[in-house]
Design a protein around this ligand. Structure first.
Ligand code: 4AD
Ligand code: MG
Length: 476
């Protein structure tokens, strides 16, 4: 009858029974009360150790961080904040924790400090909440697509193609790094590599996903992706997870509708299943924001923001409209933007955040971007200038989704690839989907950590992935 602490604390069913609980000591008070946590919930179970139960030597070993196994009776609690507690009949210390050396004390630590001891930070309330929510989001993602009949397709991590054509790839090679075999012109001879050609870690599973959609109609991928962009921001990782649905017989409108209902579904799931963790993070955020000047604080609390997203449609505007709004904005007139605003130039995060935080105050889907700032596979619109792209921008973050209707017309796609110097011979496998039974199709990619940021209200992407990979940061 080993029980998780969450089970103990929710519902009265166990009151009166004998249980075994195991976990780590958060705090030991008055030589009698242990706050024990096993990671199943932010709440600790209070374990009451009668003064005559343990000898002094054992009692001294009950320190913050120590692990233990407790046997006892579940009894109603007189203390406030909890319905039940465990009256211990036996306590066994499984692993000692030197109180002098243990970095986590029963007090609030800064996120910066916790990032430095990332190997222990799971044991804090904040990271406990964040990673339980991350787990729930992942589960809800599979649930959403499974219920809709999408096939979960595993696309390769090692690939020879650059899906985004952005060149920000980690090279995978089995050649010696100090003295690789060379071609006559001095370039590295990848023919002698294990794979016989130059390969890299995937930046996106989309192109392979399209192959799946052309057979299963609706697929999704959900896996790690890699970008060697050497940017130190609070929203970029070198290794991040992405969810990429790809659907045959969908146009841009269908794509937007799916993305919106998808995001709503997973937020709803977390609100229903992780309410206590969200409440904790809501309080945490409110406290953090108290330190900020009035005009930097969010207008809504975390739970309020999530409820708002569940109950309100996203705004939908074209790129051209977005640029017009920016050009007419007080921020532009007062020269508050660092980067240029001009039709044809990609929006920077400051522009995206202006649109969602100041102008619309809700998530926004921006469509029909200029073709020259988007990838080769996006479908050319009739104007010949824009493509059927869609980005979803979220308050506090900026871009969370990038997607498009795909160019299904072979001649148009080949023309675009040629303009962008993408070698068609190497992409013959991709072009085959347009040669044999091509159909209108669309898809998008949701950055998993970006949505975890949004749902948890955390502000640094390093704090929503268990082991962050960022420039100069790969300790373990
Ligand atoms: O906009 P991106 O580059 O689009 C694609 O990769 C498409 N192939 C997706 C598709 O249509 N199937 O990336 C998609 C999303 C971004 O909107 C962002 O949320 C996230 O992936 N993302 C990152 N997240 C964390 N760190 C990074 N370095 C990221 N780069 C992109
Ligand atoms: Mg993008």
């Amino acid at each position: 009858n080993r029980v998780k602490i969450k089970t103990l604390l929710t519902g009265d069913a166990l009151t009166g029974s004998e249980v075994i609980v195991m976990g780590w000591v958060r705090n030991f008070r008055n030589n009698q009360f242990i706050d024990l946590n096993d990671g199943s919930t932010n709440q600790n179970i209070q374990v009451v150790v009668a003064l005559d139960l343990l000898d002094d030597a054992t009692r001294k070993r009950i320190t913050t961080g120590a692990s233990m196994r407790v046997k006892g009776a579940v009894v109603p609690s007189l203390g406030k904040g909890q319905k039940v507690e465990v009256k211990a009949s036996s306590v066994e210390i499984l692993g000692d924790s030197d109180a002098e050396k243990y970095p986590l004390q029963p007090k609030k630590h800064s996120l910066e400090f916790l990032r430095e001891i990332a190997h222990l930070r799971f044991r804090t309330n904040t990271f406990g909440a964040v990673f339980r929510i991350r787990h729930s989001l992942a589960f809800a993602i599979h649930q959403f697509f499974n219920e809709k009949g999408f096939i979960y397709l595993h696309t390769p991590i090692i690939t020879a193609s650059d899906a985004e054509g952005a060149g920000e790839m980690f090279r995978v090679t089995t050649l010696p790094t100090d003295n690789p075999p060379r071609n006559e012109d001095g370039s590295i001879n990848y023919k002698e590599d294990f794979f016989g050609k130059s390969t890299n870690l995937t930046v996106s599973g989309q192109l392979e996903g399209e192959l799946g959609a052309m057979a299963f109609s609706e697929i999704y991928t959900f896996g790690p992706t890699f970008r060697a962009e050497n940017s130190n921001t609070t929203r970029h990782l070198a290794e991040f997870w992405m969810i990429e649905p790809e659907m045959a017989f969908y146009d841009l409108e269908d794509n937007m509708n799916l993305a919106e209902s998808f995001i709503r579904h997973i937020i709803k799931y977390v609100v229903e299943h992780n309410y206590d963790d969200l409440e904790f993070l809501d309080r945490r955020l409110a406290e953090e924001e108290k330190q900020l000047p009035q005009d930097k604080r969010s207008e809504m609390g975390l739970l309020q923001k999530l409820e708002f997203v569940l109950n309100n449609d996203f705004e939908r505007i074209t790129y051209t409209e977005a640029i017009d709004i920016l050009l007419a904005s007080p921020a532009y007139k007062k020269k508050k933007f660092q980067y240029e605003v001009k039709w044809g130039v990609d929006m920077q995060s400051e522009h995206e955040r202006y649109l969602v935080e100041k102008h619309f105050k809700k998530p926004v889907i921006v469509t029909n971007y200029p073709k020259d700032i988007k990838s080769f596979y996006m479908r050319l619109n009739d104007d010949g200038q824009t493509v059927a792209a869609m980005d979803i921008l979220a308050p506090g973050i900026g871009e969370i989704v990038g997607g498009s209707q795909r160019e299904e017309r072979l001649d148009k796609l080949e023309e675009r690839m040629e303009q962008m110097h993408i070698p068609a011979e190497e992409m013959s496998w991709y072009l085959d989907t347009r040669r044999f039974g091509t159909v209108p199709h669309a898809g998008f990619g949701l950055g998993f950590e970006r949505i975890v940021l949004f749902v948890t209200g955390m502000t640094n992407i390093r704090d929503v992935i268990p082991f962050a990979r960022t420039p100069k940061n790969c300790e373990f």
